[in-house]
Design a protein around this ligand. Structure first.
Ligand SMILES: [Fe+2]
Length: 367
């Protein structure tokens, strides 16, 4: 039973203690200040992806790496789990629902994913099974459990003059789906997270959890920038007939004003970037993971980018050793296992969407 007395449905119900209302985002002593931050969400126990990220990190200066939850998933054996934990122990990490349910005494929340109705019951059931196998193995190690118990739930960061909220799910809940691709296409949801970001002086929200990437840059009226650009300018002269010369003059005035606005630091623009998965492919016919890079400098590796003032917000592919990862995955999970049924096709053939469908307001910069 949940605290409120309602029956919990494993993998569906969001546990009440995932509520993030008590977290403080508007304090100005940020946890992290750096020139570049990698936000690595949903590593899912992929050692090859982790090794590749640490290799990429050597090319950066004044870098902080933040693992923003669900660093584990396929690594249900204690040895594999410990490999990931030992490798990330010197970096920043926050807890995801996978870790939260490992340290929880309850079993009623299952994997803690809080899957929405759009996710098939079979997927939910298999996720609960994967998590219960992991929990049985990992709870044997007090050291591992203690490490997870010390992990924070959110972090704030600063790059240049931009403030960043680093979350697992959304601003309300550790396993919230408010930053899913579907929800971030909704104007009311953009209005909600835009208001929250304004209230907390946050410019960028970096999140994960939904396993599907989405990056949205939007303006003060909470429409996406794409929509604003395509919007018809209000015609304030509709009741007056203007001659061609007057129209030209007005057009030039408007162009000049537009340029002035572009020069401003876009103080009202907000960005929400959900990296999808670092440890699994995200797009059709690809086999790389994704991390979010927020930096004072631009990366040549980026596949999409938004520039907010002087700060670059980018999605970077993690081109891990696919064959090695697949070999390990098949050794741990045979073809009748819940992980193989749910994820093997994605690992081999890629995600189910194109890059173009996962960005709004961002510039695509891949070939
Ligand atoms: Fe998650």
């Amino acid at each position: 039973m949940s605290e409120g007395g309602d029956i919990m449905i494993p993998g569906r119900t969001c546990p009440i203690d995932y509520n993030l209302n008590g977290e403080s985002f508007d304090r100005f002593d940020e946890d992290i200040m750096a020139d570049t931050i990698y936000v690595v969400g949903g590593l899912y126990g992929n050692k090859e992806a982790l090794d590749e990220i640490l290799k990429m990190a050597k090319e950066e200066s004044n870098l902080r790496i933040v693992f923003n939850g669900d660093a584990h998933w396929f690594d249900v054996d204690l040895e594999d789990f410990s490999y990931i934990e030992n490798a990330i122990k010197n970096y920043d990490a926050i807890i995801g629902n996978v870790e939260a349910e490992l340290i929880s005494d309850r079993s009623e929340a299952g994997c803690g994913c809080s899957y929405p109705d759009s996710v098939d019951d079979g997927v939910v059931d298999r996720s609960n099974k994967i998590h219960s196998i992991m929990k049985k193995n990992i709870q044997k190690s007090k050291d591992m459990i203690d490490v997870l118990k010390r992990r924070k739930r959110t972090l704030t960061a600063r790059v240049g003059d931009k403030r960043i909220a680093i979350l697992h799910g959304d601003e309300k809940s550790l396993a919230g789906w408010g930053n899913s691709k579907e929800n971030l296409q909704d104007a009311d949801r953009l209005d909600e997270i835009g208001s929250w970001a304004d209230k907390n002086s946050i410019d960028i929200v970096a999140c994960t959890h939904t396993c599907a990437p989405i990056a949205v840059a939007f303006g003060e009226d909470c429409k996406t920038i794409d929509e604003n650009n395509g919007e018809k300018r209000p015609d304030k002269t509709s009741d007056k007939i203007l001659d061609v010369g007057e129209v030209d003059k007005l057009d030039k005035k408007v162009d000049k004003l537009d340029k002035e606005v572009d020069k401003l630091d876009k103080p009202d623009k907000k960005v929400v970037i959900n990296n999808g998965a670092s440890g699994m492919p995200n797009f059709i016919n690809t086999n790389y993971g994704l991390l979010t890079r927020i930096s004072k400098t631009k990366s040549d590796r980026a596949i999409y980018r938004y520039i907010l003032g002087d700060v670059f917000i980018e999605a970077i592919p993690i081109e891990y050793d696919h064959d090695k990862f697949l070999k390990w995955f098949d050794e741990v999970w045979d073809n009748t296992s819940p992980a193989s049924i749910s994820y093997r096709d994605r690992i081999v053939y890629g995600g189910c969407d194109n890059v173009e469908n996962c960005v709004r307001g961002f510039e695509l910069v891949f070939d």
